[in-house]
Structures are given as structure tokens and as C-alpha cells.
Design a protein around this ligand. Structure first.
Ligand code: XIL
Length: 400
């Protein structure tokens, strides 16, 4: 089915993007050299897809998807011509629901669970030989209004436990991994251990984290249980403090025998921010010593502050994809990269502000490997090249 996707980037487009990097003074040699080795039309499907390039390295590549937009029946009988559906089938060997498995989406009322979209995702992934991540079981956002109105100190523990038992139980044995707790660290809140001030912390206390992981482990013993957070990539004082607090949380978990298998580094990056470096590398290596994998769970690159048009933005985004993924994929305990959406049209950066771009010139951002028309951007090639150079032996991690 992937063969029917006709999307390509021309070498000329890519060279122009690479040239634009040098005009803004960033490193361009590698990208330009890469562009020059590409054929005039760059194929992105079949053996040229991201999933095909990832597989021999033992890597999983994928993206966040809206299952409601997938033509699952068409995919099942081989008749779909829907570009969004074909894109996900062609490129990903792991998928995650952008929103459909969050509390707010699947628990419309205290006693009502709606697994329709999650089940569609599982079915679609099964048709395409793809794994699925669960996202997420415990967060301070995207919760239903009834939860805030109903939860109190007497019932919060029960509400959280029952939710995890029901949801992780429903998908038991079908998921690669679960983001059990999302974004629980925020040192600026000034609380002990850098914990974020959330409803769960207020009502249950710091034990809510451990409770969530232990409950998830019992409900789905096969899923890799993950702690997922953002703004822990760079070596700025703020991000260093947050990364250290996340590492301290992981150490407490390990010391107490809390079941945890991986840490998700969301990787919502900014094209004009300092690049990730030593700090993240050391974090990944510390995690490895603790027996933890590290997943890149939500990568995208915003261009809020890039001066210039689409070409300059594409160039800046491609550099970040290349350099960031080279850094992290050099580490043997990083087996997975997911981007937050595959194409710009469906990126949360286009939706988050009511479609109002945060760029001063009002133009839309191009944060992902495919653009609004589902054509590959220079970031696609940068991503694929980073996958190709990942330090990993053929066959990769046997646990995958
Ligand atoms: C975002 C979705 O992309 C949006 O559509 C939704 O309105 C809010 O959530 N970190 C996470 C994701 O862990 O769940 C968030 O997804 C993006 C930031």
C-alpha cells in the first residue's frame, strides 16, 4: 500500500534549504553534501521510507496520529487512497494517539469509558505491522471537566487506580509501552523534589506517581512503563534543573523497586534555542546504567523566532533534526523516535493557538518531516540520514 504514495522532495529544494542555512551562519556543510548525493527526485516510500530505514538499525520510527482521521476500513481491504492514512502506513512502525487515549478523550463520564478510537488505532497498526504506544494514564492536562468537579482527597486514589486498571487492562498485551505519568516535574513550582503542583499531588500526595506505575504494571505486565517529560533536552540552567529532578525521580523509583522501564524525552525543540548536548547525553547514559531505555516521544521543531521565509525555516528545522537525532541515536539505549504528528497540517503547533502562528510575520510553521501537502521537507532527509548513521547493529535490541 505504501507504494501508492507519491510524495517527493527535489534535490533542488533541498539544496536551496541547505544553502539558506549557510546564509544565516549555521553549520551547513553536512546537509549540503547530503543534498548533493541525492537523486533529483527523492522517493519516500517502500524501501525509502523512514520505517524501512529504521528497521535494520533495530529502531522504531513513528508519529502521533489522530485515529479518527484514519481510513481503517480502506486500509483493511487495500482500497484506501487517503493521503494521511497512506502516510502513516508508509512511514511509521510505531504509532501513538495524539489525544484519543487521554482521560478527557476516553472517559466522558466517571462510569463511562469510550475505547472506540484507541481500538481503531490498534486495528490499523495490526494491519500495517506497527507497534502502538499508550499516551497517557496520568497527567495534569486534558482531563475531563467532571474529574476536577468530582475528585477529592477521599476518592482520588480510587479514581486514579480504577482508571489505570480499566484503561491499561483494556489494552493489555496490545501496547509496546505506556506513558504512565506525564510531566510531573516542574521545579519552578518550588515543591520538594521539583514535583509539579497538580491535582493528583494535591489530593493523593507524592505517592501518586508510584501508585500509577504499580497499578499499570499489574494491569499490563507486557507494556514498557515510561515516565515522559519535556524541556529536559538543553543545557540551560532551567532545563538542567528540571532534568536533574527527573533523574532524581528515576533514582527514587529504582531504589524503591517501582516498575519503570523507560523515560520519554518529549523533544519539542526550538530551532533558535541552544542545541542539546553533553547534559542530555549524560542523562541518557545514566538512564542506561539504571537499566532504562530512553524514547524520543514527541519530537518537533518550532520556528517561532527564525527570521526568514519557508526555506530558512526548513533549513533550520532540518539542522535540528539532524544534530539532535545524531546525538541521541548514538546511544544504544535509545531505540525509538516519534514525531508529534508526521505532517505540518496536523501539527499541534498549527492548532495550539487557534491556528494563530506564533511567528511575528504570521506565517505557518513547518516543524515536521512532511509539509501541509504531505510532501517531505528537508527535515525528512535529515531524519532519515540520522537514522542511517545511528550506532546500532543490524537486528538491534532483541526486546523490540
Ligand atoms: C497536545 C496535543 O497535541 C493537542 O492536540 C492537545 O490539544 C493538547 O495536547 N505534551 C504532551 C502531549 O505530552 O500530550 C501534548 O499533546 C503536547 C505536549
Amino acid at each position: 500500500m505504501s507504494q501508492t504514495v507519491k510524495s517527493h522532495v527535489t534535490r533542488r529544494q533541498f539544496c536551496r534549504a541547505a544553502a539558506a542555512i549557510s546564509s544565516v551562519g549555521a553549520v551547513s556543510g553536512g546537509l549540503l553534501a547530503l543534498a548533493e548525493t541525492q537523486p533529483t527526485v527523492i522517493n519516500t516510500t517502500g524501501p525509502d521510507s523512514l520505517r524501512s530505514h529504521a528497521a535494520p538499525h533495530g529502531l522504531l520510527f513513528g508519529g502521533a496520529v489522530n485515529p479518527a482521521l484514519l481510513d481503517v476500513d480502506g486500509a483493511a481491504n487495500g482500497t484506501t487512497t487517503d493521503p494521511y492514512t497512506l502516510l502513516f502506513a508508509a512511514q511509521a512502525n510505531i504509532l501513538v494517539a495524539e489525544n484519543s487515549m487521554k482521560w478527557g478523550a476516553l472517559r466522558p463520564a466517571p462510569d463511562k469509558f469510550d475505547f472506540t478510537q484507541g481500538d481503531r488505532l490498534i486495528r490499523f497498526a495490526g494491519l500495517n505491522g506497527q507497534r502502538v504506544r499508550g499516551h497517557n494514564l496520568c497527567w495534569h492536562e486534558s482531563n475531563p471537566a467532571w474529574l476536577k468537579a468530582t475528585a477529592n482527597k477521599d476518592n482520588a486514589r480510587q479514581l486514579l487506580t480504577e482508571h489505570i486498571q480499566t484503561v491499561a487492562g483494556h489494552f493489555r498485551g496490545k501496547l509496546h509501552s505506556w506513558d504512565v505519568v506525564n510531566e510531573a516535574i516542574n521545579p519552578p513550582d518550588g515543591l520538594p523534589d521539583g514535583l509539579r503542583k497538580t491535582m493528583w499531588l494535591d489530593l493523593i500526595g507524592p505517592d501518586y506517581l508510584e501508585l500509577a506505575f504499580r497499578t499499570a504494571a499489574a494491569a499490563d505486565p507486557q507494556a514498557k512503563l515510561t515516565y515522559n517529560d519535556y524541556d529536559i533536552e538543553q543545557d540551560t540552567p532551567k532545563q538542567i534543573a528540571k532534568r536533574d529532578a527527573v533523574m532524581a525521580l528515576l533514582r527514587r523509583f529504582k531504589a524503591k523497586g517501582v516498575p519503570i522501564h523507560a523515560v520519554g524525552v518529549q523533544s519539542h525543540l526550538d530551532a533558535t534555542a541552544p542545541p542539546a548536548g553533553k547534559g542530555l547525553q549524560e542523562f541518557i547514559r545514566e538512564a542506561a546504567k539504571m537499566g532504562l531505555e530512553v524514547f524520543v516521544t514527541e519530537m518537533d521543531v518550532n520556528t517561532h523566532a527564525v527570521v526568514g521565509g519557508a526555506e530558512a525555516q526548513d533549513a533550520a528545522v532540518a539542522v535540528v533534526f539532524r544534530d539532535y537525532l545524531r546525538l541521541v541515536l548514538a546511544e544504544p539505549n535509545v531505540p525509538i523516535v516519534l514525531t508529534w504528528g508526521l505532517d505540518d497540517a496536523h501539527s499541534w503547533l498549527s492548532q495550539a493557538h487557534g491556528n494563530q502562528s506564533r511567528r511575528p510575520d504570521g506565517t505557518r510553521e513547518r516543524p515536521l518531516p512532511f509539509d501541509d501537502d504531505l510532501k517531505p521537507t528537508p527535515a525528512f532527509l535529515a531524519l532519515r540520514e540520522a537514522i542511517d548513521t545511528a550506532h546500532r547493529s543490524a537486528g538491534g535490541n532483541s526486546k523490540l
